[in-house]
Structures are given as C-alpha cells and as structure tokens.
Design a protein around this ligand. Structure first.
Ligand SMILES: [Zn+2]
Length: 333
C-alpha cells in the first residue's frame, strides 16, 4: 500500500477507497488519446483489473497527445493495445491488464463486455456511431459508463448511469462541433483535462457507489468551465432507454469499403489474406505478427491480421479495389 500512500491520505478516498479501487474492474473501449490517458491514471492508482480494446496501430501523429505511447511503438507499428499493455505493466505489475487487439462492432460488443465483466465502462471511442453503439450495449447490459470527448480545446465528460438518461436522451443528434479529430485538431492539454475528469468520476463512483449526474464542459483555451445537471433529461420516449430498441446493436452494418479521414480507404478482406503470398512487385516495409506495411505502384498500404487493408493516397473506391486485387498471388484455404 506504500506506493498509494499519497492518494490514501486524501481524506475522501482513504484506505477504504484504495481497497475498493483494487477490486474494481474497468474496460476502456478504444485507447487513443483519451483511452490511453485514462488507462494510465487508473493503472498507476492501482485499479484491480483493466481490459483495453482497440483495433489501431501506433503512428507518429498519435504521439503529441497520446501519452501511453513512445516513438519505438510507432516505428515497430505495434497495435495500440499491445504497446499500451507493455507500458501499463511496466508502470504497475500488480494490475491485471487484458489487451484485446480487435475492432469493436455491433456483432462483438456484447460478448466483449460480457467477457470483461466491468463494473464501469470508459469510452475512448472516436466516432459518434460507435458511442451510440456503446450507449445501447451498456444500457442493454445495465452497466454504467462515462462518455468523454475532446475537439480542439473543448472537453466534454458525461457520466451515464444505467438507470438515468442515456446518451441518446442527452445528445439525440451528433453535436456539430464533434466531428473527427483528423478534421478539427486536438490540443494536448484538453486531452489530459478530459482524462482527469473521467478518472475523478471513477474515484467518486468508488467512494459513493454511484455516478454524478452532471455533464462537465471545459474550454481549456478560454478557461471557461460549465457543469449541467442532466438528471431531468431522460426522454420518456427514448428508443434506447425507454423502449429498449437497440437499432445499432441489431442492425449496424460492417462496411466492406470505407473512406477514412486523411485520404485513405479501408477495405475488408478475409483474415486469411494476411498469410497470402504477395505479388513480386509488392514490397514489405515493416512486418510483425499483427500488421504488414506494403508498398506498390507508389502507394502505401497497411494489412492487418484481421484482413483490414488500409490504402493511403487512393482517391476513388474503384482505384482502391483495383489495387487490392493486384496484391496477392494466391490465398491459403
Ligand atoms: Zn435514453
């Protein structure tokens, strides 16, 4: 307990709080800037068990704001959860860290949550589609969760108790200012502010057994901070929390081809393509058990072990499709 002495001395927390934190199970859904920062604070504080889930690899453009990663992770093209698990265990080997290197989808989100058995779910997602999906899944399983988002210098943190209003009640439409970070830019101190607000809410949850019902918004640049009580915002006709109608969980498709921010396309191939023989004109840049960086015809591509293929620099779907069809000699059965 000596390593936690300073937080135990905080009167509201104390030895009781520490013991409860060491029993707590959390899952962090997405470990980009928010998720990795939240995971670090919780692991250093001595949380009992943490599951981290993400599908992406570490890139150099992550490092300015994502405190869980270092340059070597990007150079090795490590999956975020693999790199983060390594760093988290080096920070505190007493914490059980489970890493799940996979995409979160409507088909697997319920099994992922059921397997992790979290007391509380922490949102590290970077799109609203995924946040609404998480809202439905946590409501269906009756698990509290904490929403967090950062755009530019603006931070929003919203604890969502499974009996109170849900995300759909409070934000029925995607907020206009909350497009993806590639478009808007993110100021690193705003990320750290959001992480701290989320982890503070986890601490209060331990001490009081429930989440607060306040949404906190901060603009780290102007210094303006606002808290709003959301407890009265439950919509009597909300499809999710009033009618248990889980549109995304039941019907959200997995897109075969998708345009990504920053001029790239993502295609889905069968996972067996990861082991397929490549055409002689395809060069392999970096390769590890999780991804391969491919180069051909002036394009760079990343092939993931689950069959996702990211093609950078392609401007049209048919161009991306054509390139993907010219990569392989044969595919294993
Ligand atoms: Zn609702």
């Amino acid at each position: 307990m000596e390593r936690y002495d300073r937080q135990i001395k905080y009167a509201h927390f104390g030895m009781d709080g520490q013991r409860q934190l060491q029993q707590l199970r959390v899952i962090v859904m997405g470990v980009g800037a928010l998720g990795s920062g939240v995971a670090e604070q919780l692991v250093r504080s001595g949380v009992g068990h943490i599951t981290i889930v993400d599908k992406d690899i570490v890139t150099l453009s992550n490092l300015h704001r994502q405190s869980g990663y270092v340059e070597a992770d990007a150079e090795e093209m490590l999956p975020k959860v693999v790199a983060l698990q390594r760093h988290l265990q080096a920070m505190n080997h007493d914490v059980e860290v489970i890493a799940r290197n996979q995409e979160i989808t409507a088909q697997n989100i319920i099994p992922i949550l059921e397997q992790a058995k979290p007391d509380i779910v922490l949102d590290g997602m970077d799109t609203f589609d995924m946040r609404y999906l998480l809202n439905e899944a946590t409501r269906k399983l009756q698990i509290p969760y904490i929403y967090g988002a950062v755009v530019g210098s603006q931070v929003s943190v919203l604890p969502i108790h499974h009996e109170g209003p849900c995300l759909q009640c409070i934000m029925p439409e995607v907020p206009e200012t909350m497009e993806r970070c590639e478009i808007n830019g993110v100021l690193p101190p705003a990320v750290h502010m959001a992480c701290s607000l989320i982890v503070a809410e986890v601490f209060r949850y331990i001490m009081h057994g429930t989440l607060t019902s306040r949404m906190t918004s901060v603009d780290i640049y102007s210094g303006k901070m606002r808290t709003v009580d959301v407890s009265a915002l439950k919509e009597p006709d909300c499809p999710v929390c009033a009618h248990q109608h889980y549109e995304r969980l039941d019907h959200m498709p997995i897109e075969r081809v998708r345009a990504l921010c920053g001029g790239a396309f993502q295609l889905r191939l069968a996972p067996k393509y990861f082991q397929a023989t490549l055409q002689p004109h395809v060069m392999i840049g970096i390769e590890n058990p999780y991804v391969k960086r491919l180069m051909t015809q002036g394009y760079e591509m990343t092939l993931y072990q689950d069959g996702r293929l990211l093609i950078y620099g392609a401007t049209r779907i048919d161009e991306a499709e054509r390139l993907s069809q010219q990569l392989f000699v044969d595919v294993p059965d």
